[in-house]
Design a protein around this ligand. Structure first.
Ligand code: AVI
Length: 323
């Protein structure tokens, strides 16, 4: 960990951008072609994701917020008070700010890969909660991360790791297990994980959430090809690919693909890649869990006591897990 801004912004090891670009290129030249969903989130992708969250069909954001609104106090009773709130993938930090008072938080630690965004989030949090000590860690927490030295700065204040939005669903169960283990290793005796997870439900409801009538998710999916054009000096025409989203029941996941509408070639740097009509690029998996299956995953990652809250339709689950 290195200190960047007088102890306010700390940088953990993050991937070399050149490695990320090499990974993107290799994925697109491979068969089947794939793109990691982390490339969705350039400025335009973030704006489109914001629009997705407001869509009638995209139930996860709204349902999770409903659970927090209804059950904030009972959930907070299961969290240590006077703790250090670790906001994983904090974005604008708005979801976390609703918790700082009810959970009596002493210190806010935003963790995100985007340093600029992190600064803005810290400033907004400090403005609203001047009594809370605010700190940012620039890290790619999709890999093992090391924030124990940061937590040690505030002895006697237990960590609460907050990971909302069912982002855990974008990892394979094996990757999710590794992340949950990595968090578990930071909990100490009194720490807790507070996590939001999208649950299994009828396929039509889930498929509509990932293939909305206005085509916002289709635009979000195609936008990743513009990101690839920029990073790889490629010439994808996003409109020559169709958006496809379907529920794979055997794997309990939504799959998003981009399907070539006609056979054509794309220049990717100094290489030409031919796409046959119907050939697809896998862009995202979004796993859906039953509460039992997610509790099993938590147990496999070494967690002990677990509590779960859901909405009336059991569409979304909020879990608090401790050591
Ligand atoms: C960020 N993540 C939890 C979203 C999801 O539902 O898997 C990303 C998304 N993809 C399409 N719509 C939303």
């Amino acid at each position: 960990l290195s200190d960047v801004d007088g102890r306010r912004l700390i940088v953990d090891a993050i991937d070399d951008p050149a490695d990320q670009i090499a990974d993107l290129r290799e994925g697109l030249l491979g068969r089947p072609a794939r793109i990691s969903p982390k490339f969705f989130y350039d400025a335009q992708g973030c704006a489109l994701y914001g629009a997705i969250c407001a869509l009638a069909e995209y139930y996860p954001t709204r349902t999770e917020a409903l659970i927090y609104d209804c059950c904030r106090d009972p959930i907070a009773e299961h969290l240590p008070h006077g703790g250090q709130w670790v906001d994983l993938g904090c974005g604008d930090g708005a979801k976390s700010r609703q918790w700082l008072k009810p959970a009596g938080v002493r210190r806010y630690i935003g963790v995100d890969i985007a340093a600029d965004c992190l600064q803005t989030t810290l400033e907004a949090t400090e403005r609203q909660f001047p009594e809370v000590d605010c700190l940012g860690v620039v890290a790619d927490f999709t890999r093992p991360f090391h924030i124990q030295p940061v937590l040690n700065d505030c002895p006697g204040s237990a960590p609460i790791f907050f990971y909302p939005g069912s982002s855990i669903g974008n990892f394979t169960p094996e990757q999710a297990l590794a992340l949950l283990r990595s968090i578990r290793a930071h909990l100490g005796r009194d720490g807790r994980l507070l996590i939001g997870v999208d649950l299994v439900k009828d396929a039509a409801t889930v498929e509509a959430a990932y293939d909305d009538a206005l085509g916002v998710t289709a635009a979000f999916n195609r936008n990743v090809l513009r990101v690839a054009n920029r990073l790889l000096d490629a010439d994808f025409d996003p409109m020559r690919f169709g958006h496809k989203a379907f529920f794979n029941a055997a794997e309990s996941r939504i799959e998003m693909h981009l399907t070539a509408l006609t056979t054509h070639s794309v220049q990717i740097g100094d290489v030409q890649r031919r796409f046959d009509a119907g050939e697809t690029i896998v862009t995202e998996y979004s796993y859906k869990y039953t509460p039992e299956r997610f509790i099993e995953l938590l147990a496999a990652a070494g967690y002990g006591e677990t509590h779960c809250w859901t909405d009336d339709r059991a569409w979304f689950g909020v879990f608090v897990a401790g050591p």
